[in-house]
Design a protein around this ligand. Structure first.
Ligand SMILES: Nc1ncnc2c1ncn2[C@@H]1O[C@H](COP(=O)(O)OP(=O)(O)OP(=O)(O)O)[C@@H](O)[C@H]1O
Ligand SMILES: [Mg+2]
Length: 373
């Protein structure tokens, strides 16, 4: 097997703080893997351990079939791009990019690689400038270029775009995806691990995403699977913007039929599949999860439609996010902007819940009840 494998990897910092609790992960050769999670969940710690900048307390890190626990960073065949890309200010862009190769490759080879990388990143016209004369986005591209010239088998990125403004971040994001695809086409497919706390970045960039929380893996899967099949409440809430609606609701059981009560506004009748999931569930409350797009405005009373009061309206241009009160619970729905209707605060609407797209989570463990089946 090639790629990178993590076996029961743990990290205990010298002050005794345990940052990582037994991480098992198989990153395939040539894959674009994203580590995502809230601040402090140990994304950087894990990346720095793969890079060799932090020691491994327990477990093994395997890169291309070799345990690298005791291998020096420079011998791991990796290149890392950090958030504060730390270019040498007194050197030109050219020199910054060439620096790591000097003494290791011939002058012609260095020149060829620098120009090739500059071309890829469209910074050829900047080669003679110094970092002080560049914009943030240009500096970022130089930092990536500096990694490319080394022709590493593995690229590690630690929030490389977080210093950039929102627009630039989107365009750099696309450039990095392009770069990954381009290297693949050229037959030098590089494995990339990309750390971010931005779930949108994670969703759009990753072949697969590893969601971390408090030093533990919550779920590893393709973006679309994380979105539609979250293994637990944490992933359900973290992935997707606006977040999935999540509420602990009372369960009503009546001769095999099960429904959820939304305060005084009515009940939702569970689908056969969801009913199945709660049959052996022995709490009186269960956490319902439903994404804003699966709440739809309908004209009036209908099966699984309840009355809602509009509390806040976020106008995004193409769509509106309506924050509604339903029987004392807050739900967000997203609706396409209409020219014939401007939602008003306090307005009453009817919302239909598409429970075929809903999830139930154990209120104690947060696990998706679907997993028990
Ligand atoms: N040298 C250290 N000694 C002790 N604890 C540390 C050390 N470095 C990091 N930590 C702790 O380990 C945890 C993980 O830190 P880490 O920097 O890996 O998080 P992160 O997910 O990268 O967060 P962010 O998104 O803010 O960059 C944090 O609780 C942090 O305080
Ligand atoms: Mg970090």
């Amino acid at each position: 097997m090639t790629g990178i494998q993590l076996h029961s990897v743990e990290k205990v910092y010298p002050n005794g703080f345990k940052a990582l609790h037994g991480i098992d992960l198989d990153i395939r050769e040539g894959e674009f893997m994203v580590f995502v999670g809230p601040s402090g969940c140990a994304k950087s710690t894990l990346l720095r351990m793969i890079a060799g900048l932090e020691s491994v307390s327990e477990g093994e890190i395997i890169i291309h079939n070799q345990c690298v626990n005791d291998t020096m960073p420079k011998d791991r065949g990796i290149a890392m791009v950090f958030q504060n890309y730390a270019l040498y200010p007194h050197m030109t862009v050219y020199k910054n990019m060439a620096f790591s190769l000097i003494g290791k490759e011939s002058k012609q080879e260095i020149d060829r690689r620098v120009r090739e990388a500059a071309e890829k990143l469209e910074i050829t016209n900047l080669l003679q400038r110094k970092p002080g004369q560049l914009s943030g986005g240009q500096c970022q591209r130089v930092a990536v270029g500096r990694a490319i010239v080394r022709k590493p088998k593995v690229f590690l990125f630690d929030e490389p775009l977080s210093n950039l403004d929102a627009k630039l971040r989107v365009s750099m994001r696309v450039q990095l995806i392009d770069l990954h695809n381009q290297l693949k086409r050229e037959g030098v497919g590089a494995t990339m691990i990309y750390v971010t706390h931005d779930q949108v970045e994670a969703m759009t960039m990753g072949d697969r995403i590893c969601v971390l929380n408090r030093g533990e893996i919550m779920q590893v899967d393709k973006p679309v699977n994380l979105y539609h099949h979250p293994a637990n409440k944490f992933v359900a809430e973290f992935i997707g913007s606006p977040s999935m609606n999540l509420h602990d609701l009372p369960l009503l059981r009546d001769h095999g039929a099960v429904s959820l009560r939304l305060g005084d506004n009515g009940v939702l009748n569970l689908t056969p599949e969801l009913t199945d999931q709660v049959l052996s569930y022995n709490f009186n409350n269960v956490c319902l999860g439903i994404r804003p797009e699966y709440l739809r405005i309908v004209a009036g009373p209908a099966d699984n439609a309840v009355q809602a009061t509009i509390m806040t309206v976020e106008r995004m241009g193409n769509e509106e996010l309506l924050h509604c009160d339903i029987g004392g619970y807050r739900f967000i729905t997203r609706v396409a902007t209409r020219h014939d209707w401007d939602p008003l605060l306090g307005e009453q609407i009817w919302l239909h819940f598409d429970l075929h797209r809903a999830h139930l989570f154990d209120k104690e463990t947060g696990l998706n009840l679907k997993q028990h089946h």
